[in-house]
Structure formats: structure tokens, C-alpha cells
Design a protein around this ligand. Structure first.
Ligand SMILES: Nc1ncnc2c1ncn2[C@@H]1O[C@H](COP(=O)(O)OP(=O)(O)OP(=O)(O)O)[C@@H](O)[C@H]1O
Ligand SMILES: [Mg+2]
Length: 291
């Protein structure tokens, strides 16, 4: 009875602390940006540096959604070990008044938010290059992300995009218990069966690429023809179409081995968007050859 009471009080304490306007040391919570299974993310104002940041506040208080401190510590250490222009940098992680706080630069919105508005193909391709580089960097450092989805890519000014939320990530240098964690919708078939590998992250990224360029998210069992295939292909070079399809192969062994192989293959593609066929109104200067 006493234990239960204490738990309830701890919960209401936490709720009071995590409201807009509340203070956590030098940070003032300004706006709720989003939440996942185990954490809530706020825009906050850093009163010392006088700038905005994003604070990720994992919920370690309620037993119902108990994410152990070990999980949060793993997430923090994995992120601290990655340094790449397209991986969200962790600025700080510590307890403030009993609340665990992860501090990140504040982005504009998630890729998922962005996808509700029209996206030019050239911008989509610019994002895809960066997203692939981010996954390659994680894999190069033996980190399996396991939750590659549009909500976990954050946009910054100048069309920069960063991968975040390593809450389900695992370090591949150790053997891990089989787990079916991940987000349905972007999860590879073998990951859904509890066997995630680097190839599963490749598949999830392939699904995002396909959704960005076709407007549709293919569903299990990902059979050919994929939905809106004509719209996906439009204006894209065949090499890039093949690259996406290879990432999306339902058979893991037929995909890119990991993000690094996927990234290298993308770098080798000379042209992704096919130039529009020249018309008489083309603005390009035409060179006339003497007959
Ligand atoms: N740095 C940031 N700038 C702007 N918005 C952010 C930032 N980080 C996260 N967000 C928003 O908050 C949402 C949740 O963030 P994140 O994915 O890191 O946590 P989570 O899903 O709650 O984590 P978990 O899956 O571990 O519970 C994102 O989808 C995004 O909309
Ligand atoms: Mg998330």
C-alpha cells in the first residue's frame, strides 16, 4: 500500500515537473515536441547560453513503462560514440533534480512531419544521401539502429537531416538476445521475426526512400509490383531505381550487406534524377554544329 502510494506521488511529481513553463536547472520547458514509448521530448530554453535546445526526458519513474537505467545509459553511450554531420549530436546527458535529461540541438521538425507536405524530388534525393551516410556511419561503428523511420530523422536549416533515437540500438560487438523490437511499418520481415541485422536497417531505410519518392509505404509481404511503382520511378535513373529495389529485397541476403555497402553503391551512381528531355523552350544554351 505504502509502496503504491509512493509510486503515485512520484508520477504526479514527474508530471508537474515536465510541464511547459517548468524549470530543470538552467532549462525552461517551452513546448512539447513529441513522445515515443519511453520518453518525452521538449523544446527548451537554455537561460545561460540564451538559445533553444531539445531535451529528451526518458520516463524512469513509472513501473508500467519501466525503461531501465541500463537502456538509457546504453542509448547515451552509443550516441556519445558517434560523430557525424548526419547523426544528431548529444550535447549533454545527466540528472537534473532526479530527472534524467539528454540535451540535443533543436531541429525544425521530423522527416515524418515534413512528409505531410510536398517534397521536391531533388530535395528528397539530397536527404536520402545524408540519411544513407548516417546509417553507414552507425554501421561502421558496429551500431545497429533497429528503429529507422521518418520520426527518427530530424531536419535542420539548409536541408540538413540527422538520425536520432538510438533507444533501441545495439552494439554488434556483443551477442544479444533475439528481440523483435522496432516499429511496425518500417520493420524488415526478419526483424519482425526477431532476427535483426544490419540488413534490416538497410531495408527500413529502403522503405523510407520508397515512401519519399512514391508517396506510399509498401506493406508486408512487400511483393512485386510495389504500390505506386510508376510514380516512384518517374524521372529517376534506372541505377537508382535498382539501388532502392536492392535495399528493399524481402530476402536479406539479396540486400546490401550493411549501410556502408549501401552508401558506397549510392556514391557510385553518377546520375540519380534524369534531366528533363530538352524541348524547343529549353533554357539550356544549344550549341549549333556546322553541318
Ligand atoms: N532535436 C530535436 N529537434 C526537434 N524535434 C525533435 C528533436 N528530437 C526529437 N524531436 C521530436 O520528438 C520526437 C521523439 O523523439 P525521439 O525519437 O528522440 O524520442 P522517442 O521516440 O520518445 O524515443 P523512444 O523511442 O526511446 O521512446 C521525434 O519524432 C521528433 O518529432
Ligand atoms: Mg522516436
Amino acid at each position: 500500500m505504502t509502496a503504491k502510494l509512493r509510486l503515485v506521488m512520484a508520477d504526479s511529481d514527474a508530471t508537474r515537473r515536465l510541464r511547459v513553463g517548468a524549470r530543470l536547472d538552467k532549462y525552461r520547458l517551452v513546448r512539447r515536441l513529441g513522445e515515443g514509448g519511453f520518453a518525452v521530448v521538449f523544446q527548451a530554453h537554455d537561460s545561460i547560453e540564451d538559445r533553444s535546445v531539445a531535451l529528451k526526458l526518458p520516463d524512469l519513474s513509472s513501473e508500467a513503462v519501466a525503461q531501465s537505467f541500463d537502456d538509457v545509459q546504453r542509448e547515451v553511450r552509443i550516441m556519445a560514440g558517434l560523430t557525424h554531420p548526419n547523426v544528431l549530436p548529444l550535447k549533454d546527458a545527466r540528472y537534473i533534480d532526479g530527472q534524467f535529461v539528454m540535451v540535443f540541438p533543436l531541429g525544425d521538425e521530423s522527416l515524418n512531419d515534413r512528409l505531410s507536405r510536398r517534397l521536391a524530388r531533388s530535395t528528397a534525393v539530397h536527404y536520402i544521401r545524408q540519411m544513407t551516410a548516417a546509417v553507414a556511419h552507425a554501421h561502421e561503428n558496429r551500431v545497429l539502429h533497429r528503429d529507422i523511420k521518418p520520426e527518427n530523422f530530424i531536419l535542420f536549416p539548409d536541408n540538413r537531416i540527422c538520425l536520432t533515437d538510438f533507444g533501441l540500438a545495439r552494439n554488434q560487438s556483443r551477442r544479444h538476445q533475439i528481440s523483435a523490437s522496432g516499429t511496425l511499418g518500417y520493420i524488415a520481415p526478419e526483424q519482425a521475426m526477431g532476427k535483426p541485422t544490419y540488413r534490416s536497417d538497410v531495408f527500413s531505410l529502403g522503405l523510407i526512400v520508397y515512401r519519399m519518392l512514391s508517396g506510399v509505404l509498401p506493406e508486408y509481404p512487400f511483393e512485386i509490383p510495389l504500390p505506386s511503382y510508376a510514380r516512384f520511378k518517374k524521372g529517376l535513373h534506372q541505377d537508382f531505381v535498382d539501388w532502392t529495389r536492392k535495399a528493399l529485397d524481402p530476402t536479406p541476403a539479396k540486400r546490401f550487406r550493411d549501410g556502408v555497402a549501401m552508401h558506397n553503391a549510392l556514391e557510385r551512381i553518377r546520375q540519380i534524377i534524369i534531366d528533363k528531355p530538352a524541348t524547343s523552350k529549353s533554357k539550356r544554351p544549344t550549341v549549333r554544329r556546322a553541318a
